[in-house]
Design a protein around this ligand. Structure first.
Ligand SMILES: NC(=O)c1ccc[n+]([C@@H]2O[C@H](COP(=O)([O-])OP(=O)(O)OC[C@H]3O[C@@H](n4cnc5c(N)ncnc54)[C@H](O)[C@@H]3O)[C@@H](O)[C@H]2O)c1
Length: 346
């Protein structure tokens, strides 16, 4: 298998991606050709940690190397579309990270340019392929004729009592309803995939224990065009040993699916999503129940990205629309954070 030469740009979180590209399954597909960060000291430090990886002075220099076929772009979301457009204009493929970009218009432009040039732009959330647990939920809905989706409550928390540091995490415009934007975004994107076209958004938030000026506790409510109601709660204030566990309750007309609801009782909770389906058995308080553990996978789908680089399944309009739909909800969420009102998704 011919590996694709890849560079990693943005090395704070990006150093995790460097490690993954060198040491995980992804190493079968990619060969790290350079790393790059505006902070030269950070780049040198990451380089030394991994056997003196080549450090590129900047993105332009890196893109002049013909052995580079793709870029893993791990810079902050605001302004990321402009960098994507630069990479796409050099006919390189892009893997990036959540949240895709703060501005839906900028994101749309970048995705349109990628489509025109036949270049792949993928990210981890929404990922190009739905997760095994999402596929299982859809299978149950068909198999048991669960009917229309009615509502969804999703939550996710971590303990991050960090002080302010002047980064984008402290900026309300760059990081609206911070816990939802930073970690709840996975569940928000998944909820949009499962519930359909988002229509309007409300927000509640507070700041309980972190030193940052942005909220550390937040929830966003979404009304969907089909009448379904969704809610995502995310917090940086809970230290219970379950950081980043994605939990979701999903009601259909004739059944309810619980994903990771209640404390984990499996030996390796990070490796699986614990799905339970409850549906009517015609006996009061005795629903039929089914339980399946679906495998969790790295949210960066390196294999699908590799295939896209080789020309198959670059990304259809459906994927682009899923990405844009999530950003439009975030834009409405940012307006609702400021106005305190219900805001339409534009
Ligand atoms: N599990 C995950 O997938 C995961 C985890 C954490 C963060 N993230 C995401 O990763 C992204 C970055 O987060 P972060 O916490 O590292 O942000 P950060 O602001 O702490 O760091 C960004 C880094 O990118 C560098 N940078 C910015 N613009 C650049 C440019 N034009 N060229 C080269 N380097 C540039 C900065 O110097 C900085 O070192 C965010 O979108 C975040 O949500 C994903």
């Amino acid at each position: 298998m011919e590996k694709v030469g890849i560079g990693v740009v943005g090395l704070r979180f990006g150093r995790v991606i460097v490690k993954s590209l060198l040491e995980s399954e992804a190493a079968r597909f990619f060969d790290v050709k350079f790393i790059c960060d505006l902070d030269r000291n950070l780049a040198e430090q990451v380089s030394r940690s991994y056997g003196n990886l080549p450090v590129a002075r900047d993105l332009d220099t890196a893109l002049s190397d013909p052995s580079v076929g793709a870029v893993a772009l791990m810079t902050p979301p605001a302004g990321r579309a402009a960098l994507i457009r630069k990479i796409v204009a050099s006919d390189r493929h892009v893997m990036t990270t959540k949240p895709f970009e703060r501005s839906a218009d900028e994101a749309e432009r970048a995705l349109e340019e990628a489509r025109t040039r036949g270049v792949a732009v993928h990210l981890n959330s929404p990922s190009i392929r739905s997760t095994p647990h999402e596929r299982q939920i859809r299978e149950w809905a068909d198999q048991y004729d669960l009917g229309r989706v009615i509502g969804c409550r999703a939550d996710l928390w971590a303990y991050k009592p960090h002080p302010a540091d002047g980064s984008w995490y402290d900026d309300r415009d760059a990081c609206p309803v911070a816990p939802v934007y930073r970690i709840g975004i996975y569940l928000l994107n998944e909820m949009i995939d499962l519930l359909g076209e988002p229509e309007s958004v409300t927000v509640l938030h507070s700041r309980i224990l972190t030193g940052r000026p942005t909220p550390d506790n937040g929830q966003v409510g979404v009304r969907f065009a089909n009448g379904a109601l969704g809610n995502v709660f995310a917090s940086f204030c809970v230290a219970d040993g379950q950081d980043h566990r994605h939990a979701m309750t999903l009601n259909f007309e004739r059944g309810t699916v619980y994903a990771n609801v209640a404390a984990a009782d499996t030996p390796d909770p990070e490796a699986v999503t614990d799905l339970r389906l409850f549906r009517d058995s015609s006996r009061r308080w005795r629903p039929e129940t089914l339980r399946i553990l679906t495998p969790s996978r790295d949210s960066y789908d390196w294999e699908a990205f590799y295939n896209a680089v080789h020309g198959s399944d670059i990304a259809d309009d459906g994927y682009r629309n899923r990405i844009l739909s999530g950003i439009r909800v975030v834009e409405a969420m940012a307006r609702a954070e400021k106005s305190g009102c219900v805001e339409k998704v534009r």
